[in-house]
Write a protein that binds this ligand. Sequence first.
Ligand SMILES: [Ca+2]
Ligand SMILES: [Ca+2]
Ligand SMILES: [Ca+2]
Ligand SMILES: [Ca+2]
Length: 561
Amino acid sequence: MRAAIRGRRRTLAIAAAVAIVAVVAGTATSFGLGYFGGSATPTTAGGTPNFVEQTAGSGLSHTYGGGDGYVAGGGVAVFDCNGDGRPDVYVAGGSNPAGLYRNDSPVGGKALKFTRIPDTVTDLTGVEGAYPIDIDGDSNVDLVVLRMGETEILRGLGGCRFEKANARWSFDGGNDYATAFSATWEGSNALPTLAIGHYLKLDATGQPTRDCAESELVRPKADGTAFDRPIALSPGYCTLSMLFSDWDLSGRRDLRMTNDQNYYVNGQDQLWRVAPGEAPRAYTDADGWVSLQVSGMGIAGYDVNGDGYPDYYLTSQGDNRLQTLAAGPDQPTYRDIALKRGVVSTRPGSGGQDLPSTSWHPEFEDVNNDGFIDLFVSKGNVAEQPGFATKDPSDLFLGQPDGSFKQQAQAAGIVEYDRGRGAALADFNMDGLLDLIEVHYGAPVRVWLNAGSATSGEPAQMGNWLALRPVQTGPNVDAVGAWIEVKVGDLTLRRELTIGGGHAGGQLGWIHFGLGPASSAQVRIQWPDGQVGPWLQVNANQFLDIARGATEARPWSPPSA
Ligand SMILES: [Ca+2]
Ligand SMILES: [Ca+2]
Ligand SMILES: [Ca+2]
Ligand SMILES: [Ca+2]
């Protein structure tokens, strides 16, 4: 009996090995779509996806607006507030109340549907933006809500309900013009380290002055139950976006801040060295840091040039930047490759105005699932700022096999002339195509369904994809700081899991990868403490949970409609 079982196991093992060899050779045809090979390397650019606006009828009826104190906010947080796996949204309102919208889009359907969840806890006024983060690791996502006034931590209770939690965690929410946020878990701390970005100082009446405020770093107390007093990140240069990221792959996450040159004097963008147990310190030219002055609005990190180190896209007015590590990981020396790669985006891509653009939220995602990363950039005039385009539509740059990007906003169907602010690319109907939500200043939020290659009717897939969710035991249950690697033939896609960046809002949840023609891939997680998991063989077109220590990825099925 024992021998028989052993014999059978060996047969299975051999069969599995043969299957893997077949997949690697690209000859497996037992799964996947038609002629598509198993782990075929993406080599050709996909087509332009067709985004169909569905704002009317989506149930998402919301406008961000207000006076001078709200021209620079307008963020949206995308995360799952009720544990059904579908991404929900929390949208800033400025002087209007913010709004929580539960995602009720039918799974795999062709209509985006949202339901407003009214609640005095979340219907806050004065909201500039918000970022999702599970601060206490209880698997209910919490929110850090950036405001004109007190920054509020809202603790998730499940079922899209929240409670105010500043007092619970001794968090000093201050009374500021908060516009940026990022977070990281330092060492084995039970609570994260938070960075709150402040824009302008407020006067005695709470109105913005023209002087830059200092931002702050908030670390947990040693006993892990509460936050310590904020540490000023001085000097402050009017910060509009910040991002903890392991720029040198050292395992330490430093804090990049992009700052608005319209207000500072002798200022610049900043990179703070944040090492456990040490005071934060801004890198200087003596460290190799190159001074950079931009009208910094947003940050997005992605390894665009494939050298293993993240590059950083910075939105500005006139010319955006794509900063790449220039002299190896020993020094934070960056040079610009935005022009070379086709993403400088100085002027509007359409609309006919030959005036500089104003860019806000950048986001790297693969919207056509071809295996080449794409870049969305929201745009819009500050208010009525002269000298800058007023018809300034958002950009969609599609990544090409040669590493350049091609503007396709018009062809994709997302061109409109409201003043764009925060945004998110997320798969709201769970069909493997990333949909789009965009907040505007003084005009309604818009949502678009990504219908892929379909011009009408049912969405049609463009390429294969994966949606991955790494999970580990607490405190940092969502593995913020991990790197996800996806090997597709000869191509390895890598993403760093971060909280922060963008413009006044971010996402927590499924991490999306386009696979192009490949119907299978290998995935691997480098966990936040540096431990590297095994390569896991997975089939395409699935949602997969990857638990730390597991020897296979666990398929997750969305609830049926
Ligand atoms: Ca949900
Ligand atoms: Ca929580
Ligand atoms: Ca793409
Ligand atoms: Ca979708």
